[in-house]
Design a protein around this ligand. Structure first.
Ligand code: SF4
Length: 443
């Protein structure tokens, strides 16, 4: 039996693709093994930031010395890193025998069979058509987590934000068919999944390329009522496309759809938002937040924020800090702008110096840590029903789950609670997590 290992870097979409590849390989009769025993190692890499790309290069460097010693493993590079620099990786390392961009995941099973049959072969799957997707059919039954699963509902993006490489490496926006998504969620539920997160670079644009006015809110409602899934989440939303019907459906099906929204603001300055080509200004963002908070009081609201976009002045940056104070997000995914070759922002001459970006990033993180701590400590004494879905990281011996508003909660308890819903009282709140205790009813 052939042995394989898959290493996933980056976003939830890569995790989902990694699970799908793993499922396909197991269905082909391959066996998952630790990396040092595997004949085939798949590196499903990310290229959204330079740092993520460097991690794949560094792993390849590590394999180079092993290859010299042992003549293995064969390496496949997949994901958006493959689309961007896969050719360069294969040119440097001859044992990189398969390079496949994220739009070619469905072509991997026959390609991998070919690698095994013909030891001299190399396969490159990097079609240039940005709307051509070859999906792997079926639900990922080999998953990182037994009770939680992701389902991609749309590939790619058409927005071309100034700093973002996604439309170039993941392709243009293409919605999957509703029936295919519903079937996949049903199959996951039949396989024991309790919580599903619908994924897309821009989930609320879902359906804009489908006939008959079928939109994201229609899909959300249908998944909530037609699949038997217990909890439903989605990520990421674009502020310009967050129409009120989405929050209406969330409110109407609040027993299943979790009240949490990730709404990337990216900057608090209209000038920078325009340079970023985001398609909204701060007032429009404010209106989207109000519409969510009116319909879903207490909903969790998280965001993404970039500091140091080319041309960002101190005054622009202050506006981002003001926005954090105004919206009081539960969580902010902050990042210093990182130039990506081929994007419009990368070629601008008014780049912000690295030390200024770092200073701004530190300021954002300090402010947000204070805000999140205030919000989280105000929740002490609240009770929630949460799905205990994993062991807490770093061997703390704790279990973890998430509130409906998507806050991580750590509790003490035995592993028999994994995959069960538990009543939890919040006993403490830090900037990135809540501490809780199990209430007797959940035992
Ligand atoms: S909407 Fe998101 S994925 Fe699309 S280009 Fe902008 S930042 Fe990138």
């Amino acid at each position: 039996m052939h042995k394989f290992a898959i290493k996933v870097y980056g976003c939830q979409m890569n995790v989902y693709d990694g699970d799908k590849m793993k499922t396909a390989l197991v269905n082909m009769g391959w066996e998952e093994s630790p990396e040092d025993e595997a004949e085939l190692v798949v590196l499903n890499g990310c290229s959204i930031r330079d740092k993520a790309e460097q991690k794949v290069w560094s792993d390849l460097g590590r394999f180079a010395s092993r290859w010299k010693r042992e003549g293995r493993p064969t390496v496949a590079v997949t994901g958006c890193v493959a689309q961007r620099v896969g050719h360069a990786m294969a040119a440097r390392f001859p044992w990189v025998r398969l390079v496949a961009g994220p739009r070619h995941i469905g072509a991997l099973p026959p390609a991998l069979s070919m690698l095994v049959q013909d030891e001299e072969s190399r396969v490159f799957l990097m079609d240039d058509d940005p709307r051509a997707f070859i999906d792997l059919p079926g639900a990922p039954t080999e998953r990182v987590n037994r009770w939680r699963a992701f389902v991609t509902i749309a590939h790619g993006c058409d927005n071309f934000c100034s700093y973002c490489i996604v439309p170039y490496v993941r392709g243009r926006f293409v919605s999957r068919r509703p029936g295919e998504i519903l079937d996949e969620v049903r199959a996951l539920v039949a396989d024991g999944v309790l919580e599903v997160t619908l994924l897309g670079q821009n989930v609320n644009s879902y359906g804009s390329d489908l006939p008959d006015g079928y939109r994201f809110s229609s899909l959300l409602r249908n998944v909530a009522v037609q699949t038997g899934v217990r909890l439903l989440r989605f990520v990421t939303s674009h502020p310009r496309d967050f129409t009120p019907d989405i929050a209406d459906v969330m409110a109407a099906h609040g027993d299943v759809i979790c009240p949490s929204v990730n709404l990337p603001i990216q900057s608090g300055s209209d000038r920078v938002l325009k340079m970023m080509n985001r398609g909204y200004n701060l007032d429009q963002y404010r209106a989207a937040v109000s519409s969510i908070r009116e319909r879903l009081p207490g909903a969790g609201l998280t965001t993404d924020l970039i500091v140091g976009h080319p041309g960002e002045t101190d005054d622009d940056f202050r506006r981002s800090l003001d926005a954090l104070e105004e919206f009081r997000f539960d969580l902010v995914h902050s990042a210093a702008y990182s130039p990506r070759e081929g994007t419009s922002a990368a070629s601008r001459e008014d780049q912000v110096p690295g030390e200024v970006k770092m200073r701004r990033l530190n300021e954002v993180n300090a402010l947000q840590a204070r805000i999140a701590r205030e919000i989280n400590s105000s929740l002490v004494g609240s009770e929630y029903d949460i799905l205990i879905d994993d062991l807490a990281p770093r061997g703390s011996g704790l279990l973890q789950g998430r509130t409906p508003s998507d806050k991580v909660v750590l509790v003490e308890g035995g592993e028999e609670l994994l995959g069960r819903f538990a009543r939890v009282e919040i006993t403490g709140g830090e900037s990135w997590r809540l501490d809780g205790r199990l209430l007797p009813a959940s035992r």
